[in-house]
Write a protein that binds this ligand. Structure first.
Ligand code: FES
Ligand code: FES
Length: 207
C-alpha cells in the first residue's frame, strides 16, 4: 500500500509548478547610498552585495554563519551577511568594508592599525575582521560584557571592561583567520582601542 506523503510546511513548499520565485522591490541603503533592487526573496544580503551591487569586499567563506568573512554592520551592529535575507533590510543602514574609509580614500584608524601591525596575510578574512572589530569596539564601549569578563566588571555597567588581549580574542572569536594572523589582529585592535574611537574621522588620505 502506498504511504501517504507528509504535508509540507508552508515555508518548505516553495513556488508551485508554473510559478516563478517570489520577488520583491527593496531599497537597500549601503554605505550611504540607496540602491533600488528587484530581488528574489531568497537572496542573502551577502549575495546582493557581491553579485548585484559589485561590493565584493565582503567575502563568502562558509556561507553558513561559521567563519565571519561576510561580516558587515547593520544599523551599527555587526552581523553575518550570509545569514540575512536582503529583502528584510529595506529600512536598515548597512556598512560594508568599502564604507569604512572616507569618501576621499582616507583610511579609518582601525584600518591604519591593521596596516601598521601587519594584521593580515592573505587578507581574505580582513574585511570581516575590520567590520567585526568596529562593531565590537562599540559594544565594549557601551559596556557589553563578553563571556570572559569577570562578574564584578560585567555588573558595573558604568565602566566598560578593559580590552585585554583575552577580551579581544573572545569578542572576535566569530571571525576565523585561516592564515593565523590572530596575534597581529589582536594587537591592531588593542592599539586602536587604546588611542581613539573606531568611528573617529580618518587621519590621512590613502596614497
Ligand atoms: S560566509 Fe558568512 S559566516 Fe562564513
Ligand atoms: S589573513 Fe588570511 S584568512 Fe585571515
Amino acid at each position: 500500500m502506498a504511504r501517504a506523503r507528509a504535508p509540507q510546511h508552508p515555508q518548505q513548499a516553495g513556488p508551485r509548478a508554473g510559478e516563478g520565485p517570489v520577488r520583491s522591490r527593496v531599497a537597500l541603503r549601503v554605505n550611504g547610498r540607496t540602491y533600488a533592487l528587484d530581488l528574489d526573496n531568497r537572496v542573502t544580503l551577502l549575495d546582493a552585495l557581491r553579485e548585484l551591487l559589485d561590493l565584493t569586499g565582503s567575502k563568502k567563506g562558509c556561507d553558513h554563519g561559521q567563519c565571519g568573512a561576510c561580516t558587515v554592520l547593520v544599523d551599527g551592529r555587526r552581523a553575518n551577511s550570509c545569514l540575512l535575507l536582503a529583502v528584510t533590510l529595506d529600512a536598515s543602514e548597512i556598512t560594508t568594508v568599502e564604507g569604512l574609509a572616507a569618501s576621499d580614500g582616507a583610511l579609518s584608524p582601525l584600518q591604519e592599525a591593521f596596516l601598521e601591525y601587519d594584521a593580515f596575510q592573505c587578507g581574505y578574512c580582513t574585511p570581516g575582521q575590520l567590520c567585526s572589530a568596529v562593531g565590537m569596539l562599540r559594544e565594549a564601549a557601551a559596556g557589553h560584557p563578553s563571556c570572559v569578563t569577570d562578574a564584578a566588571t560585567a555588573a558595573d555597567t558604568a565602566h566598560p571592561a578593559a580590552l585585554t588581549p583575552e577580551e579581544i580574542a573572545e569578542r572576535l572569536s566569530g571571525n576565523l583567520c585561516r592564515c593565523g594572523a590572530y596575534n597581529a589582529i589582536t594587537r591592531a585592535v588593542a592599539a586602536c582601542a587604546a588611542t581613539e574611537a573606531p568611528d573617529q574621522a580618518p587621519r590621512r588620505p590613502r596614497t
